[in-house]
Design a protein around this ligand. Structure first.
Ligand code: PHE
Length: 342
């Protein structure tokens, strides 16, 4: 009996085989238990010899089971260690990481430059009432500027007579919102998306502007000029720039000026600060009294300058990108070519 079980245990290949042997040999209804039951029928002398012998047998089988179980576990671990090895000297698998969109990168650069000059960031909604987008900026209903802006109008339900909202055509409505929210003095920029129904190499129906506005008791065009010069130097990473203020007209500024920077185009690359060409980069002027009033600021006490610049446009210039539409195609080959993606 003993020899049979010890052989079975030694030959068992896994835990379930061991368990089957355990149940058959030393389980509650196993062979050893059956023999124990027979002790009752024995004479006291026989019982005295057989009892301890059966107990010893049970112990021996149990310890053989435990020993075999441990040996099997050891063998299994050895096998795993052999199979599951890791070569830490292998090169890592390449991973593609996303990058920040070039327009967002440029927006961050612009924001950082103006932040250095004390401008905070203001925001407004992209779906704007026509009061904020036009009227408050001294562009009344009949004004030709409304048509010129190629405005997208939202649809109102049949019978809803309120004027439609528009997709803001510029960031200038944020001037009004910032004045109403913060009062004077104030110094903010407002970068964000704007919309006009226009599409070609240099126009997309959605594009980006950054508005700038500074209001205080004695703000003049001289402050505007300095701020813009500092910005252009920092953004295009040049020591010197020359700006040209060309008289212009915007309903919300008086006087108004479009600002050009001196530059040259050598074999298609832009150089800022030298050469005989002029490149328009923004519209600007002194804030119209009616605009200050719309922002609840008294024009007898306060003056301000404002400007609006195309972010996509200065991004194209800085990085030498000929077609604006490519910015919004999400073509990885294009992004990589210009170093905007890994
Ligand atoms: N809002 C004008 C535009 O979109 C730019 C501008 C802003 C001009 C502020 C003057 C002052 O063309």
């Amino acid at each position: 009996l003993k020899a049979r079980y010890l052989t079975q245990i030694a030959e068992a290949e896994d835990e379930s085989a061991l368990e089957a042997i355990r149940i058959a040999a030393v389980g509650k209804k196993g062979e050893v238990a059956l023999r124990m039951r027979e002790l009752g029928k024995m004479t006291p002398e026989e019982r005295q010899a057989a009892g301890p012998a059966l107990n010893a047998l049970k112990d021996e089988i149990n310890s053989a089971l435990a020993a075999r179980k441990a040996a099997l576990a050891d063998a299994a671990l050895d096998e795993r260690l052999r199979a599951e090895w890791l070569d830490v000297t292998l090169p890592a698998r390449g991973r593609r990481q996303g990058t920040i969109h070039p327009i967002s990168q440029v927006t961050e650069e612009v924001t950082a430059i103006f932040a250095d000059m004390g401008f905070a960031v203001a925001e407004g909604p992209q779906i704007e009432s026509d009061w904020y987008n036009f009227d408050a900026l001294n562009i009344p209903g009949h004004h030709p500027a409304r048509a010129e802006m190629d405005t997208f109008y939202t649809h109102r339900a049949e019978g809803d007579d309120r004027p439609p909202h528009v997709l803001r055509t510029h960031t200038s409505p944020v001037q009004i919102r910032a004045m109403q929210d913060q009062g004077a003095p104030i110094r903010v920029i407002a970068p964000g998306r704007v919309y006009r129904a226009d599409y070609d190499m240099t126009h997309t129906p959605m594009f980006h502007q950054v508005e700038g506005m500074a209001i205080d008791r004695d703000i003049s065009m001289a402050n505007l000029k300095w701020v813009l010069e500092e910005f252009v130097k920092a953004f295009f990473e040049v020591d010197d720039v020359e700006l040209r203020f060309r008289a212009s007209h915007f309903p919300f500024t008086e006087p108004s000026a479009e600002v050009d920077i001196r530059c040259s185009w050598e074999s298609g690359t832009l150089k800022v600060g030298e050469g005989d060409d002029w490149l328009e980069i923004l519209g600007s002027g002194m804030m119209h009294p009616k605009v200050l009033e719309a922002g609840n600021i008294d024009p007898a006490e306060w003056q301000g300058f404002a400007f609006g610049m195309g972010i996509d446009r200065i991004a194209m210039l800085k990085y030498g990108i000929p077609d604006l539409r490519a910015f919004f195609d999400s073509d990885l080959r294009w992004l990589r070519h210009y170093g905007f993606a890994a």
